[in-house]
Structures are given as structure tokens and as C-alpha cells.
Design a protein around this ligand. Structure first.
Ligand code: TK8
Length: 337
């Protein structure tokens, strides 16, 4: 006779959890480490702190997020391993550094894939972007959102790059994946893969001559102190991606997971806006800091694009033809809209 009461109680408890009113015990006191590679005073740092604030507010201060920059918790790949092992909760870094774990991420490194940041938003936030992001779960990470790193441009300390041939023999640091290595080898540079955390010193000591990153990063990381020439090439759009340790994620209540997802979307929208505004200003700042800036002429961009077309076949192979086609179709659709 007592059984129905037990069930009724259970039902009531289940309804309470799923109900609209947020019970305080849906949130446990938690300390969350959110790691990133750039300096605190960067678009990455500002967005990480915004995310932290959103989470703290939404949980009434129960979940406290510490935004830890400067690669103090490790380079992108080191933090990824910490997430997988459950030793760190959250990070943001380049999708390019995830290619070793999720090969499909390489599609975002396709040279000249996007013409505008808005196209990138549509494709990354759309079905194919979601599908690739979802592949992280089987590898021990949960992908929340893509942020904007931005269109990448070349800097170096040797000479202005006005034509393709000027890249010849330039020791150029690239991100640690085969697409970047192949792309810059194809363009004639001496591509040297290095973690971002070692880049400033490598430039300063002239272990490498140059690198490529968005204006924002060239400014925030003070590369202008050790690099003379900046070439506006916009050769590829780089996304960042916010990822969570799956081990840790699985210990969270649905309410806690929702708070993180909501905060991630807010941080994404603010970060993209911030990054775009800063990029415009950053180029002028870099000129003012003494960098010699030139814009790659359309004819040279075309030559670069043609040369790099050979890299695309390799990307299609490693991400799978189906995914490649889906991305191409999504870009075409975004472009037509
Ligand atoms: C920061 C990196 C950086 C990327 C690079 O951790 O490595 O050049 O552009 O933003 O992810």
C-alpha cells in the first residue's frame, strides 16, 4: 500500500528538477579553471572574463570561474590533454590545435574558405559546424561555441611580402598541424610548427623570422616589438573554440550545464563584436607602433589562392569527402544569402 506514495514522491521530485523555478541546490559550489593562451588584455581574455561573470551571476556565486591566461595552464595542446584527463575544466584555443584529436577540425584551416566573418558565423554556428564540434565528445571534450580568432595576416622581420616569391626561405612559425605546414611549404616558406606560448621568444631570438595571426593578436601579444613587416593577406579565417572536460561535464547537473551553455553563447556574441571592432583599430595601432604595412595585391592573392588549391585535396581527404562537401555547400549557401 505504501508503494504508490513512494512513486508519487519520486514523480514530484522529478518534476521539481525539471520545473521552471531554479532550486538553489541545482548549483553546487565549484571552482572552475578556464584557461587560454593569449594575455589577459586581449579579446580572448575579455571574453573569458565575461563568461566567468555570466556563470557566477547565473549560479548566485556558487560556480566560480577563474579565467587564467598567458598559457599559464599550458599551451593549447597541453590544456586539451588536461581537459581529457579531467585535471582542468574549461579552455579556449584554436580549432587548428585540435586537428590531432578531431581530424575534421582541419576543414576550418582551408585557405580562403571564408570571404567574410559573417559567412564564418553562419557556417560555424550552423549544422556542419555543430556536427564537427560534436565529434569532440567521443574524445573526452564537450565543445560549447566557436569564438572568432579572425582573419590571419603575415608578419616577419626580413622583408615586406609583396609577391609570393618574397616568402621564399622565410622561417615562418605555423600552428601545429599538417594543413598549416603544407600550406606554407607550398607557398615557399620554411614552415616551423611551434606552440603559440613559445612564439614571442622564438621571434625575439630570431629562431624564426615570422608568423601569421590576426591583427588583434599581433597587437595584444606585442609582436610589433619584434616584427617589422606586416602583410595584409587574410589568407585564412581562424576560429577559436570553447571546450569543456567531458569527465567534469558529466558530473554537472542539467541546470549547471545550461548555465555554461548560455554563458558560452553570450560570450561568443560579445567576443565576435569586440574582435571585429578591435581589428579595425588594431591595424592603425600597429602602424603607429612602427610596423611597415602593405596589402597583398589582388593578383598576388589570386596566385596564392591558386597555389594553395593543391592543399585542399589533402584537407578533403583527411576530413572525409562528405564533410568537405557539406562545408563547401554551407559556404556557398551563406555567400548567396
Ligand atoms: C592561442 C592560439 C592562437 C593561435 C596561434 O592559444 O596559435 O597562432 O592563433 O590564438 O590558439
Amino acid at each position: 500500500m505504501r508503494l504508490p506514495y513512494v512513486f508519487a514522491g519520486l514523480l514530484a521530485a522529478m518534476l521539481a528538477v525539471g520545473g521552471p523555478a531554479q532550486a538553489a541546490d541545482d548549483f553546487k559550489p565549484r571552482l572552475v579553471r578556464f584557461g587560454f593562451g593569449l594575455v589577459d588584455d586581449s579579446n580572448q581574455g575579455r571574453a573569458a572574463r565575461l563568461f566567468a561573470k555570466e556563470v557566477e551571476q547565473a549560479t548566485g556565486g556558487k560556480m566560480r570561474v577563474r579565467a587564467i591566461g598567458n598559457a599559464s595552464l599550458g599551451s593549447d595542446t597541453q590544456m586539451q590533454q588536461a581537459l581529457i584527463g579531467g585535471a582542468q575544466e574549461i579552455m579556449v584555443g584554436s580549432t587548428a590545435t585540435l586537428v590531432g584529436i578531431v581530424p575534421e577540425m582541419a576543414v576550418w584551416d582551408t585557405p580562403f574558405l571564408f570571404n567574410t566573418a559573417e559567412e564564418a558565423d553562419v557556417v560555424l554556428d550552423g549544422p556542419v559546424g555543430e556536427k564537427i564540434k560534436a565529434k569532440l565528445e567521443a574524445k573526452g571534450m564537450v565543445g560549447l561555441v566557436y569564438w572568432e580568432n579572425g582573419f590571419r595576416n603575415l608578419t616577419n622581420s626580413k622583408r615586406p611580402v609583396e609577391k609570393l616569391e618574397d616568402l621564399g626561405g622565410v622561417k615562418l612559425r605555423v600552428m601545429q598541424n599538417n594543413v598549416f605546414i603544407d600550406s606554407f611549404k607550398t607557398l615557399g616558406a620554411n614552415a616551423v610548427p611551434l606552440p603559440f606560448s613559445e612564439l614571442f621568444t622564438a621571434l625575439e631570438t630570431r629562431a624564426v623570422d615570422g608568423q601569421e595571426n590576426p591583427f588583434n593578436t599581433v597587437l595584444s601579444s606585442k609582436f610589433y616589438e619584434v616584427q617589422k613587416y606586416l602583410t595584409v593577406s587574410n589568407h585564412v579565417y581562424s576560429p577559436w573554440i570553447v571546450t569543456v572536460s567531458k569527465k567534469w561535464w558529466d558530473t554537472l547537473s542539467p541546470a549547471e550545464q545550461k548555465v555554461l551553455k548560455d554563458a558560452a553563447i553570450k560570450s561568443r556574441d560579445a567576443e565576435r563584436q569586440d574582435t571585429r571592432q578591435e581589428a579595425v583599430k588594431a591595424l592603425a595601432d600597429l602602424k603607429a607602433k612602427g610596423m611597415q604595412v602593405n596589402t597583398l595585391q589582388p593578383a598576388e592573392v589570386d596566385r596564392m589562392r591558386e597555389r594553395l588549391a593543391s592543399v585542399n585535396a589533402g584537407i578533403a581527404k583527411s576530413v572525409g569527402q562528405e564533410t568537405w562537401n557539406e562545408v563547401e555547400a554551407a559556404v556557398a549557401q551563406a555567400r548567396a544569402a
